[in-house]
Ligand binder design. Structure first.
Ligand code: PLP
Length: 397
């Protein structure tokens, strides 16, 4: 018999993955071009050409023993140094090699920092709606995930609810901006407010509360929106970054944690995180791709293509009568289920070959998430289906 925890994970499944698999089944039945799959956040823009060139060059011209070998659990020192220098140049920070730990994507990084910080029963706050996997990551270390409601209009943190949710057991707060699933970006004012609340509560309870910034979408910001760099606003900040979306490399599993020296217990956390990376079984982040990203630090994905998708889909859906938040970043559209029942709406949408994900899984019932990191032609083909679905719900009259 397998563990009770895993039984419950299997039973609760992932709604996103289930929808993705349903998409494959429907594509077989109706033809790929007649199924409109908005379920998965898999980047549709290919990785920059420099990635492929670097892979080939490294393979051809480096010592294979070094490229494919074990290394320090924190990653290759020269890669970590290159990332620290790059961040310092971009954000005016002063990180060193020791402040960077290479991770197996953002997911690996979050697991490493949570394992490093949490004792059983510790509370981790996050703002709803949120990336579903946070629940499992926190539960991996017997922590307790506490959902904090956001403003129902803007999906931004509500200061008073946030204050009320913090207790002496609060060990960390995970924030994700640009946000999956809402597409909202927290402005500098919002970040300052979060930092003020955390400082106040640290003082009141005489504890350290770590702000974990989950940032796989940092570069995906539209309309000139800035994404503040959080270590500048709050001393106990750990940044979790990933190249899954910014360089379209989700399958390569590469990212890093930034653990600044001015955090409380910085040395212990930095040393602890390297050990956590090892004992979680990652040992170290994949070697070849570490070297590749060190050569591609100035590359970014073609954000314009996601922006075109965003405009096309948002404008069309609003014109059919749907209510949605205009995303400022990431590549998701957060749409209200017309009668408030997201689960039923997702089922009805399937009749029109539209694959959406119910907001309930993100602790955001009453909404659905559409991942628009898809081919623009698919969006165009899907618009009559969205219009017909709107009519079925009596929208746009
Ligand atoms: N955090 C958020 C908010 C995400 O949306 C995702 C992936 O979609 C992750 C973390 C995991 O990213 P990675 O593929 O880098 O592990």
């Amino acid at each position: 018999m397998i563990s009770k925890k895993v039984i419950s994970l299997v039973e609760n499944g992932s709604a996103i993955r289930a929808m993705f698999e349903e998409g494959s089944r429907m594509a077989e039945k109706y033809g790929k071009e007649n199924v409109y799959d908005y379920s998965l956040g898999n980047p549709s823009v290919p990785a920059p050409v420099e990635v492929e060139e670097s892979i080939v060059d490294i393979i051809k011209n480096s010592d294979p023993v070094e490229v494919h070998g074990y290394m320090n659990n924190a990653g290759y020192p020269e890669v970590r140094k290159a990332i620290a220098d790059h961040l310092n140049m971009l954000y005016g920070t002063s990180f060193n090699t020791r402040n960077i730990l290479m991770t197996v994507g953002a997911a690996g990084g979050l697991n490493v920092i949570l394992k490093t910080l949490l004792n059983p029963g510790d509370e981790v706050l996050t703002f709803a709606p949120y990336f579903v996997e946070y629940r499992s990551y926190v539960s991996n270390y017997e922590g307790k995930l506490i959902e904090v409601q956001t403003d129902p209009e803007t999906f931004l943190p509500d200061k008073e609810s946030f204050k009320r949710a913090i207790t002496p057991l609060t060990k960390a707060v995970i924030i994700n901006t640009p946000n999956n699933p809402t597409g909202v970006i927290y402005s500098e004012d919002v970040i300052k407010e979060i930092a003020d609340v955390l400082r106040e509560k640290e003082k009141e309870y005489e504890t350290s509360i770590y702000l974990i910034a989950d940032e796989p979408y940092r570069e995906l910001a539209y309309d000139g929106n800035e994404v503040p760099y959080l270590t500048k606003y709050y001393h106990n900040t750990v940044v979790g970054y990933s190249y899954s979306k910014s360089l379209s490399l989700p399958g390569e599993r590469i990212g890093y944690l930034v653990m600044p020296d001015d955090m409380d217990d910085a040395s212990m956390i930095i040393n602890g995180a390297a050990v956590a990376n090892r004992v979680l079984g990652f040992v170290n982040a994949p070697s070849l791709i570490q070297k590749v990203i060190a050569r591609c630090l100035d590359c970014t994905t073609d954000v314009k293509r996601y922006d075109e998708n965003r405009q096309l889909l948002y404008n069309a859906l609003v014109s059919y009568g749907y209510t949605c938040v205009k995303p400022q970043g990431a590549f998701y559209l957060w749409v209200q289920a017309p009668d408030g029942n997201d689960i039923e709406f997702v089922e009805t949408a399937k009749k029109y070959h539209l694959l959406l994900v119910a907001g309930t899984g993100f602790a955001g019932p009453g909404y659905v998430r559409l991942a628009y990191c898809v081919d623009k032609e698919m969006i165009k083909r899907s618009l009559p289906a969205f219009e017909a679905l709107a009519k079925e719900y009596g929208l746009g009259k």
